[in-house]
Design a binder for this molecule. Sequence first.
Ligand code: SF4
Length: 470
Amino acid sequence: MGRLFLIGYERGMTVLGMYSKNPGIVYATPHNTEHIAHVTYVNSGALRQDNRSNIDYFIVTGTLDERVVTEKSVVLHQRDFSPEMADIERKHSINWNIISRFRHLEDTIRNVAIKDIYAHAYGKPRPLEVSNSRKVYSEDIKSEATIKKTRYANIDINGKQTFLPDCILDLNLDFANWCISGISLDGKLSPLNSCDYCYASYKHSGYPNIYHVSKKHLIEQITEAKKERAQKDLSTRYLRLGKRTEAGYDLFYEHILTTLEACLETGISVVFPTKFLQFDKNIAELLKRTDSTLLFSLGNDKFEKGPCLYGRTNNWRIEQAKKFLDFGVRAVPYVLIDAIKENGGHFFSRVLNEAMTFPLVQLIPIKIRQRALANTILGGWQSLIEGQEDDLLGYSCGGYEQSQSHSRLHIDVHTSIKQHIMNNNGCVRMCSHNNNTMWCGKCFMTGENGRIDSIKKVILEKKIQRRKKK
Ligand code: SF4
């Protein structure tokens, strides 16, 4: 989500500002706020009038989601209105779109926006062209975002495998830098709807641009990656589709087919984690021919607002997974769990039980960096890493440690989970790591053995293997 949020105080009201540089972008109204205005202005140093940024303003009406008031939120509006600000509206050709029922707040909106743009433009060159400001009143502010293809999608050779060499994901590919779960049904940016436990949502940006995908270009990139990796004694066999974003959304149907065709021609198998992929025979056929693994990510609808808005509930995903499985695809439920709780903990045990009806299942223990979310899902924050006694609900039982980035990582695995995964090489495997241990199920790739091992040992083994090859 980046630096999207700003809290200012004006005439006793708390005003929230959300920013975008892409024309036509409008933010969906966060919970406990009211949308009061959408403002556009010409950027500092811009040569043309259409080089505009947008700001959506909201008044806060209740308790805000803790993710809105981030450490990066900036309080700018406590300053007084100064004479230098008087010229801002003309200099930046501000256009005002004010929600009709908040017309009475016009002065507040004006003060906040002018101070805001003044602070942002301070010390930067003024726009070269000036035009008259415009003001309109609307019942609702519609998103004008239209999907555009920009550059070609690039294969990324860095990822989890770079720091955890047992992981077999050699290549990664995303079709955009934003995730559909963070976009509302009417095309507005809705970052708080991304899955609460998404590890990449803070990196999402660039909506509504998506990438071009061409088979020729992908084959060239895969060939190049193979050469580059071979020089480091690394094989190149597996590509993860959707490293930071959801690649299975309908918009990317042609992208998916093209990518799978490129993989088929270059002998690459795909690991495809998804919450959005609808059953389709053409995709299924190519997944089979590339000997790929389709991982249907499962969790709890309560924490996955975006996918559920699109009807991609956990039940829907299980249905799609069954259809792919019946077609002969290696479709595997990829189930989020609290690894130290019996049967994955009460938020995930229902879905885990359903997943267990599939021939293959991969478990993924939750790692949490936000305190409030850890409190809700894991039942604690500090208590998780202090090995305290269970309370009456079975919470606060320790079993977690802290990563360098302050995430809570499970140390332990509950006996009920251990009974499922055994040596991690059977039909139920786990993908996880903490500060010392790695559980890798190899995403059920043909001929690969899942394992549980010390991270140090895994890294040492890889070094020795490479030395021997030389
Ligand atoms: S199971 Fe292993 S190969 Fe698959 S994503 Fe996890 S670490 Fe990588």
